[in-house]
Write a protein that binds this ligand. Structure first.
Ligand SMILES: [Zn+2]
Length: 142
């Protein structure tokens, strides 16, 4: 994955988190072990639907804004987390899990489309500075 692809992915998570007021300490595109980038959350998780949309926003931003490979390893962890969130609501009903994941994916597409310019600004700042605090991200979005 390109540095821009990673930056767009992490910017998607960061902007969606800011939209949902999901607190985080920082977002980075500095490589850490197997992770190509990372959003460090703090505080309590959001309700499952908002957690899932903020998680989908990474790979959705990559697909829509960076035309980047969404099947990358970095996205498998996100996908597994979204599936677990769906399981908390739908149990093991596979059709309902799939329907929830699809609905959350559609909402992430709307969010990324609506906030595309902000995601691009955050990604550009990540490429320039590697790591941004939550306050930096919010400043980029203004
Ligand atoms: Zn991700």
């Amino acid at each position: 994955m390109t540095r821009r692809g990673i930056a767009i992915h992490e910017a998607g998570h960061a902007v969606a988190s800011a939209v949902f007021k999901r607190p985080f300490s920082f977002v980075t595109i500095e490589r850490f072990g197997r992770l190509l980038g990372h959003l460090e959350l703090r505080g309590e998780p959001l309700p499952p639907s908002e957690e899932a949309i903020a998680t989908w926003a990474g790979s959705v931003a990559q697909a829509l804004l960076a035309a980047s490979n969404v099947e990358h390893t970095a996205n498998r962890g996100d996908y597994a987390y979204i599936e677990r969130l769906a399981n908390t609501i739908a149990g093991n009903d596979k059709r309902l899990v799939r329907a929830l994941m699809d609905a959350w994916h559609n909402r992430a597409m709307s969010l990324v489309t609506e906030h595309a310019a902000a995601i691009e600004r955050v990604a550009a700042a990540l490429i320039a500075r590697t790591t941004l605090t939550e306050a930096d991200v919010i400043a980029c979005m203004a």
